[in-house]
Design a protein around this ligand. Structure first.
Ligand code: 13P
Length: 365
């Protein structure tokens, strides 16, 4: 294990004001998102969409690394150039999702365990040889009556730690993603308590598996109330259309501003309590928040706390960066430029959020 290389890569991924773009949706997830917009669910449509993303002019100004999927890392532009070459030319580090998905955890109704450890050492070796320099594994924890159970938290934390150790052995920086889902009617405080328990368990397991904290990135959820927790009402992923964004912005209410402050405070407090200072960066997932709220919340965290934090607070969003672009593209060549502009806009908003300089006015430009 080359400790220096791992630490350098991890620091580069969260350097200054850049962040990660997750485009590692599995084929079924990508197809589901395409189906909602009547985009054909074919290899070619997925390839064309990923080409649109990585050829967005100026993407490298805001994005340090992209997370690819096994299908995508092997793909090429229409002109035959490997996606990996396009990324290298843009100064973007390629990463790869290596878990094989969250499956039902036996004897634990409503809970999941992420699989993918079998054969992982060989797969990591191949991805490193192809040029990947970091990897991602996502565990999902659901909040409900009596869940997540202690055994589900421990099983997922153990798998994350085993994955992380194998990544570092192969020269890849592990992105460790324990996601506490927004689904449910739980309160903000319940999410805080669960998130803290999960993160504490994950770091205990990372330590027992001898993972080098300097050579990893944590990808957690922000601490948020459940989607159906009254009176808080979030917009569901599928309800977020381009026009609705405009409506939401025009209707931005004072309580939404207050919510942003509360979420920022409680999220940072939870991280402070649980994430060791040796970790170079925390790169949040967006989890189904609207793109603007994800940017606003990250911005407030950096604006209020950046100078006091031991780790960088960055982003590793999929939906909160991609969704507006996907809705504009709709699978049509004629919409590629406009979709790329929307993608770059979101990337720039999140770069501003890293500096604590994002404002709602940026959305009106
Ligand atoms: P979202 O930002 O859409 O939550 O996706 C992040 C991710 O990588 C999920 O694994």
């Amino acid at each position: 294990m080359n400790v220096q290389n791992l630490a350098d890569t991890a620091r580069t991924l969260v350097a200054v004001d850049k962040g990660l773009l997750a485009m590692d949706e599995s084929n079924p997830t990508c197809n589901k998102r395409f189906a909602k917009l009547n985009i054909p669910q074919t290899v070619e449509a997925r390839r064309a969409y990923r080409e649109l993303i990585i050829t967005t002019p100026g993407l490298g100004e805001c994005i340090s690394g992209v997370i690819l999927y096994d299908e995508t890392i092997r793909q090429q532009k229409q002109d035959g150039t490997l996606f990996l070459k396009v990324l290298a030319d843009a100064g973007i580090i390629p990463g790869i999702k290596v878990d094989t998905g969250a499956k039902d955890l036996a004897a634990h109704f409503g809970e999941k365990i992420t699989e993918g450890l079998d054969g992982l050492r060989d797969r990591l070796k191949e991805y490193f040889q192809m040029g990947a320099r970091f990897a991602k594994w996502r565990a999902v924890l659901t909040i409900g009556e009596s869940i997540p159970s202690r055994s589900c938290i421990e099983a997922n934390a153990h798998a994350l730690a085993r994955y992380a150790a194998l990544c570092q052995e192969a020269g890849l920086v592990p992105i460790v993603e324990p996601e506490v889902l927004m689904d449910g009617d739980h309160t903000l405080d319940r999410c805080r308590a669960v998130t803290e328990e999960v993160l504490r368990t994950v770091f205990n397991q990372l330590n027992s598996q001898r993972v080098l904290l300097e050579g990893m990135i944590l990808k957690p959820n922000m601490v948020l109330p459940g989607l159906t927790c009254p009176p808080h009402q979030e917009v569901e992923e599928e309800d977020i259309g381009e026009q609705q964004y405009q409506v939401r912005l025009a209707d931005r209410q004072p309580e939404e501003e207050q919510d942003v402050d509360e979420v920022a405070d409680i999220t940072v407090k939870s991280l402070w309590r649980t994430v060791p200072a040796a970790v170079p960066g925390v790169a949040f997932l967006s989890g189904g928040q609207s793109p603007e709220l994800a940017s606003a919340r990250l911005n407030t965290m950096n604006h209020r706390f950046k100078s006091q934090l031991p780790w960088a607070l960055a982003f590793s969003f999929a939906r909160a960066i991609q969704q507006p672009a996907l809705e504009i593209w709709q699978g049509k060549e004629a919409n590629v430029k406009a979709a790329q502009q929307a993608l770059l806009h979101r990337a720039r908003c999140n770069r501003a959020a890293r500096r604590g300089e994002y404002s709602a006015a940026m959305e009106k430009l």
